[in-house]
Design a protein around this ligand. Structure first.
Ligand SMILES: [Zn+2]
Length: 722
């Protein structure tokens, strides 16, 4: 998060790093008053992106915005921003906090606003026209950003403030802002000289283009593949998979139902289809996205990206890109990140082999004479699950109506933090499925807007994530505008959206990120919300998942969609017991990706990497079970290669897993999942953004450093004490 400051906001919003949430630029760009430079005023008249948004709470006027508005708006906004930055850098007065830091925080308001709208549209509602704008603009925005971080006069002012920070009488947040800017400038090459400076800017620009291409390749290659289903195939599948397949076929103007490579289509199919050959075909297609030696193949991109990243890290004096990325995070070094993953690896792998033995027994009973393969795991796991917990996914889904789960996520926020959510129907959106709520305090005072875009569709990338249209801004008083995206299957008209327990967990996860943005209460936008270390940013999201799994919440909101009856207690208990089921597989597939991600970024000759051989080498070295692939294989590993947010940082989810399990224990120890005192300390975590270092933030909440034990216990890898 710390790599892109200021403009970073724009560039990061554009590149929307990873699949997961907080892919948003934590670099809240300032919302200042618009400063017109030549021509900007006229352009604004015709271009809604440059106009004042006279809308409820300044929400983007989507129905007025067309793809052709973006390039001229970006150009005008970059020009304005450049002029603002030049004025700061060339100010004849000695640098002060106000004339340098505060001025920087206020600069680039339009660019930040436009970038956020654009970044969200290209993620959630893209099309050829927006793809083309993105391909053109991402390197230009990266160059714009570099020109600021490499502005020597500007850096000299920031450096002077940094060196004299003690004598300036700054408030703690002001001092933190100086510290954060300084570090970001240094990490962005501000101290480089001569040819190195130019080379650095070139690399940044080239990487930005490559990240865009990587993500576009993943999406386009995925869209090439479908698996047509016959009536006979459909008859063997649960009704929700069949109806999703019919809708997917219709959306593509095909005359047959199809399975697609959207995770929400292919994963349920792999779990439920008894047809082993079709499962194999779907599995292979899913794990070979971006690896088909066609125009959308990402293997060359990976080598180029890794080579450029290594060069960039070396320019800054780091041994490898992994060292560069982990410096200044909670983990601090690649060694510490790997050590954490290795602490979890052995118990997870042992559990995975136990799970595999169960699968082997069922396959033998089915007369399948073959090793357990990747395409067998999910299918037989579901049967083991059914045997062991007698859990029928459809039976569980009947109690998990998306509408009620949304109400549940709001309820938990109300109980913990005293905030209320009310749906608004007067706010413009970019698609009819998008919904908007207003967050207020108990007294009805406006605190922010929250958008929910929950259904999969073409033009929307896979996964689930949180992003923002406007960060909280303590200078201007702007309230946050936050969005959650998911990819649930849209039900037929008039039908409820029934989701799985995993989907409901994702909903809570993203809403945890959402609250990190919504509850933000900092003095400066660059320190607001999710602008924290990457290995801390998952904590507010992952800890929030724990409330869904509490009987107190489920009894109230897991209501049968037809009868309104609460989920029977014994079903609820089985659902919760089943939570650790298959945890060996899940942890191993995650760690497979985590080890490979870190491995790539420790390589010192990445241009020579054979991508597939590299994956195999790492997984073999760790003795990973052959039936468990990487959760994200390299050629579609958006976390690692579509941006820098999670590059050499995929481990962050595990790091945050330590924090969330240990953190939720604070409520259990208090004997109340809504314990007001603990909730008040948790509010401080959500509201304080990056105003204090992450470890200090955690210790303030928990009273001590985090422990790995609760994670191992909650995943069932070790026995609970007492
Ligand atoms: Zn997340």
């Amino acid at each position: 998060m710390k790599t892109h400051l200021y403009l970073g906001a724009a560039a990061a919003a554009l590149l929307l790093a990873a699949c997961d949430p907080a892919a948003d630029a934590p670099m809240p760009a300032p919302q200042a008053e618009q400063t017109d430079v030549n021509g900007a005023a006229e352009a604004a008249a015709a271009n809604p992106l440059l106009a004042e948004w006279d809308t409820p709470h300044g929400a983007p006027p989507f129905s007025e915005i067309q793809p052709e508005h973006f390039i001229p708006a970006f150009e005008a906004a970059m020009e304005t921003h450049r002029a603002e930055v030049d004025a700061i850098a060339s100010n004849p007065d000695a640098p002060t906090f106000e004339n340098t830091m505060l001025a920087m925080e206020l600069a680039g308001a339009d660019l930040g606003r436009i970038s956020r709208v654009f970044g969200n549209l290209t993620s959630s509602a893209s099309n050829d026209a927006l793809d083309a704008v993105q391909a053109e603009m991402s390197p230009r925005l990266a160059r714009h950003s570099s020109a600021i971080t490499l502005n020597a006069d500007l850096f000299a002012r920031i450096d002077a403030l940094h060196q004299n920070a003690e004598e300036l009488g700054l408030s703690p947040q002001q001092a933190r802002l100086v510290e954060v800017y300084h570090e970001n400038f240094v990490r962005s090459g501000a101290q480089l000289e001569g040819d190195d400076r130019e080379r650095f800017a070139e690399i940044r620009s080239e990487l930005a283009g490559l990240y865009t291409r990587f993500a576009q390749n993943e999406r386009r290659d995925s869209e090439l593949w479908t698996l047509p289903l016959s009536d006979e195939d459909l008859a063997q599948l649960p009704s929700d998979i069949a109806s999703t397949a019919r809708a997917a076929g219709q959306a593509r103007d095909l005359d047959t139902p199809v399975i697609t490579l959207s995770r929400s289509s292919v994963e349920p199919f792999l779990q439920q289809s008894p047809n082993r050959a079709q499962r194999e075909a779907a599995w292979r297609a899913f794990y070979n996205r971006g690896n088909n030696n066609n125009e959308f193949d990402n293997k060359d991109n990976i080598r180029t990206i890794l080579s450029l990243r290594l060069e960039l890290a070396n320019l800054l004096g780091f041994e490898t890109f992994a060292h560069f990325r982990t410096a200044g995070t909670m983990a601090g070094t690649p060694v510490a990140a790997i050590a954490l993953m290795e602490q979890v690896w052995e118990p997870a792998r042992a559990r995975a082999y136990e799970e595999q033995a169960d699968i082997e027994a069922l396959m033998a009973a089915d007369g399948v004479e073959d090793d357990v393969m990747g395409w067998d795991w999910r299918y037989y796991t579901e049967r083991v699950r059914a045997d062991r917990y007698d859990l029928d996914e459809d039976e569980v889904r009947a109690y998990l109506d998306l509408e009620n789960m949304i109400a549940a996520q709001f309820y938990v926020a109300e109980r913990l933090f005293g905030v209320r959510f009310t749906e608004r129907f007067d706010v413009d959106t970019y698609h009819p499925d998008v919904r908007v709520w207003e967050m207020t305090n108990a007294g009805g005072e406006h605190l922010g807007l929250f958008y929910g875009d929950y259904f999969a569709r073409q033009g929307k990338r896979s996964g689930a994530w949180m992003s923002s249209f406007r960060p909280q801004n303590g200078i201007t008083g702007d309230t946050p505008i936050i969005i959650n995206n998911c990819n649930y299957n849209k039900p037929d008209d008039g039908e409820p959206a029934l989701i799985s327990f995993t989907d409901a967990t994702t909903l809570f996860h993203e809403f945890g990120h959402g609250l990190h943005g919504l509850l933000s209460n900092t003095e400066f936008p660059s320190l607001a919300g999710t602008s924290v270390d990457r290995d801390f940013v998952e904590f507010p999201a992952q800890v929030y998942e724990h409330w869904l799994a509490q009987p107190e919440v489920l009894e109230r909101f897991a209501l049968h969609y037809e009868t309104g009856e609460p989920m029977p207690r014994e079903l609820l208990e089985r659902v919760l017991e089943a939570q650790n089921f298959n945890e060996g597989f899940r942890t191993v597939e995650f760690l497979n990706s985590g080890f490979v991600d870190m491995g790539y970024h420790l390589e010192t000759n990445p241009g020579a990497i054979d991508v597939e051989a590299f994956e195999t080498e790492v997984l073999t070295r760790y003795g990973s079970p052959q039936a468990i692939p990487m959760r994200h294989r390299s050629t579609h590993f958006l976390h690692s290669f579509a941006g820098e947010g999670y590059s050499a940082g995929y481990y962050s989810y595990m790091w945050a897993g330590v924090l969330d399990n240990d953190g939720f224990d604070a409520f259990l120890e208090a004997g109340d999942i809504f314990d007001p005192e603990t909730a008040s300390r948790l509010y401080d975590v959500y509201s304080s953004g990056n105003t204090i270092p992450a470890m200090d933030n955690y210790i303030n909440f928990r009273g001590r450093e985090p422990s790995v034990e609760p994670l191992l216990r909650n995943r069932g890898f070790i026995e609970a004490e007492g």
